[in-house]
Ligand binder design. Structure first.
Ligand code: GLA
Length: 351
């Protein structure tokens, strides 16, 4: 593991980038600014290494970013309708930062914080733990929350993200990792030829503002059916209202047989490079998003403009707007309880 300066914030604080390189030379970098994943360099079928993650070259890129590239977002990853929820008879108003709704914890959410990092040198794999202390009332959320996120990278090209969180008053918590992947290793390519599988029979349809209607709908017979691997391009432009509204995929799938153990939620295969990514999680849902808001105005690593559909996200999480949807699994966290999430992104390549 190496750590290097990643740039100063406007208030003078220093940021750091940590890089883990495994025996084969495959490497993952993360920064303490927003606990963001910065790069994932993995081999293709010919053992050629390339970076499969969208990101920025330095801390300033992350300060200026409005697309949440690689960040841990929260306290609530995804949307809360009108930024309102009630808990134990009290109502709370969060910031409105996405049309009429609250998105990704607000404009001063976890992604804007400088997390405190601790390197764990011991086996089985080297790791770094990032801690965010979010005070009572932060972005309108009740309770002081302490969230630890540990990144580890092993010799099997497996990135594990472990979360643990506690609170001193009843609250809601639903963080996620917002990495944008492009398995070609070149974000000038679109992600449309990637083949996706999502282990889900249902999704939660959304209405205006991308807020779920509260129902779960079968994927069968819709372009959201990824039960068997399928090219993303095959249905993305269908005249299907859910896709038209979002300008592509931007939906929550209900992971099959969710029982709080870590299970395979999705796979992605990119035929030209042969790169394959598996997503494993203990979360009930996954938001699959095809970079529909990227329009080339955001410049990332190496000054490359990130265009429409140049990256795909598989954000493992609870369902959007759960605090206002009684049929969705609960996101309430109480004093004495521990929020936990384990998500793994595992890489390989096949000819
Ligand atoms: C999530 C949301 C999208 C969008 C991106 C960030 O994936 O579901 O609608 O807000 O984050 O741009």
């Amino acid at each position: 593991m190496t750590s290097n300066p990643f740039g100063k914030l406007s208030d003078g604080r220093d940021t750091t980038i940590f890089t883990f390189r495994n025996k084969k030379g495959a490497a993952v970098s993360v920064t303490d600014l927003g606990a963001a994943l910065v790069s994932i360099v993995v081999p293709d079928k010919n053992k050629a290494m390339a970076d499969v993650l969208l990101g920025h070259d330095d801390a300033q890129g992350y300060v200026d970013d409005r697309s949440y590239l690689g960040f841990i977002v929260g306290r609530y990853g995804n949307r809360i309708a009108k930024g309102k929820f009630s808990l134990d008879g009290r109502s709370y108003q969060l910031e409105i930062n996405d049309g009429e709704n609250h998105l990704h914890g607000g404009s001063r959410g976890f992604h804007t914080k400088l997390w405190k990092s601790t390197v764990n040198a011991n086996s089985p794999a080297e790791s770094v733990t990032m801690r965010c202390i979010s005070p009572d009332g932060d972005e309108g959320y009740p309770g002081k929350v302490v969230l630890d996120v540990t990144y580890s990278w092993n010799d099997n090209e497996e990135l594990t993200i472990d979360y643990t969180g506690t609170t001193d008053a009843p609250t809601i918590l639903n963080p996620t990792s917002h990495g944008y992947f492009n398995l070609t290793g070149d974000p000038r390519n679109k992600i449309l030829d990637h083949e996706l599988m999502i282990a889900a029979d249902q999704f939660t349809p959304a209405g205006p503002g991308r807020i779920p209607t509260g129902e779960s709908q079968m994927v069968e017979g819709t372009p959201l059916d990824f039960r068997s691997p399928k090219r993303i391009s095959s249905g993305i432009n269908d005249a299907y209202d859910q896709l038209q509204m979002a300008r592509g995929y931007d939906h929550n799938w209900v992971i099959r047989n969710h029982d709080k153990t870590v299970r395979r939620a999705a796979t992605v295969y990119e035929p030209k490079s042969g790169r394959f990514m598996e997503v494993l999680t203990d979360q009930p849902g996954v938001q699959f998003y095809t970079g529909n808001f990227l329009d080339g105005s955001l410049k990332g690593k190496g000054g490359i403009a990130y265009g429409y559909r140049s990256g795909l996200c598989l954000e493992t999480q609870h369902f959007p707007d759960s605090p206002n949807q009684p049929r969705f699994p609960s996101v309430v966290l109480r004093p004495g309880e521990t929020y936990r999430q384990t998500t793994k992104y595992r890489f390989s390549a096949k000819a």
